[in-house]
Ligand binder design. Structure first.
Ligand code: SAM
Length: 278
């Protein structure tokens, strides 16, 4: 790709404005790891502001994982104390890896506030996202939430799923989800997808969250829930944009190849569709 002259100048201007220690690091970035490491250690000592520390973190991430990057920051939503507190209590006390996805679900739920229909999650695990869905949809309305999970982990991957997952990964005891969902109108249906779908066959839905990592249960969930999704309803696939879940990506795109709705591929890795009227 040819870079227009203006953009080269803009980058040079940005580069010139960097502190000298960061310029040095960029110069050293093409040297072998052990030679850069000393420089990084020295740079760490010289970081005296949040901006400098963020730049150093950005440099390190870029060096170790060239395809990853830091977005612009800091962002307002990261400072939402109540949400952070909920995440650390109910999702993951150590890392924040799925925090942006959880936040995005929370925001998408606002779009279905006036769409009639119940809610569902395929792949409940410990229940955190199901709880988020109940919390976001059950105030002042009569929606019921249905959660489907083997509670024995993943089923058998097929060839399109690649090699990342194995049968039985991500097993969680049902009691955790049951406890988290106890204050809500929520029913957990334990079993292998699609065995228990028939029990909600007469229902319509406004929000469905698919998070089963593999092609077969993703495909079966789409086949069941898409025709039952009300216009304006949203279907989210948590696994849509992950390199670890190629089968789920393929299942989503194949199923929608003859449907009118486009998949929206979010930068969080999730994909979602908004159901259009027939
Ligand atoms: C990534 S976890 C779900 C995480 C959850 N949605 C959350 O946000 O916390 C995947 C779940 O899918 C379930 N699962 C995978 N394949 C399944 C299948 N074929 N039938 C039923 N459950 C399945 C696993 O037991 C596991 O709990």
């Amino acid at each position: 790709m040819q870079v227009p002259e203006g953009e080269v100048t803009a980058w040079r201007q940005t580069y010139e404005s960097l502190p000298q220690w960061l310029k040095d690091l960029y110069r050293w970035a093409r040297y072998p790891e052990f030679r850069v490491r000393n420089r990084v250690a020295r740079a760490m000592k010289r970081c005296s502001s949040d901006t400098d520390r963020l730049r150093l973190a950005e440099f390190l991430v870029g060096r170790q994982f060239p395809e990853l990057f830091y977005g612009d920051g800091p962002k307002l939503w990261c400072r939402d104390a109540a949400f952070r507190d909920w995440y650390l209590r109910c999702v993951e006390p150590i890392n924040m890896r799925s925090m942006e996805r959880k936040w995005f679900i929370r925001e998408l739920l606002k779009l279905v506030a006036h769409v009639p229909g119940d809610t569902a999650e395929c792949g409940v695990y410990e229940g955190a996202t199901s709880q988020l869905i109940c919390e976001g949809t059950q105030r002042n309305c009569g929606k019921t939430h249905f959660g489907f999970d083997s509670f024995e982990g993943l089923s058998q991957p097929e060839s399109s799923d690649g090699s990342h997952w194995s049968t039985g990964d991500l097993t969680a005891p049902q009691e955790l989800a049951t406890a988290l969902l106890q204050p809500y109108r929520a029913t957990l249906l334990k079993g292998w997808i699609p065995d228990r779908f028939e029990e909600v066959a007469d229902r319509r839905f406004s929000f469905v969250h698919l998070d089963v990592d593999l092609a077969a249960p993703t495909r079966q969930s789409l086949e069941f829930f898409y025709p039952r999704l009300n216009p304006g309803g949203i279907l989210v696939c948590d696994d849509y944009g992950y390199e670890t879940c190629p089968g789920a990506y393929e299942a989503c795109n194949t199923f929608f190849s003859d449907k009118g709705e486009p998949w929206i591929h979010a930068p969080t890795g999730q994909g979602f569709v908004i159901r259009q009227p027939d």
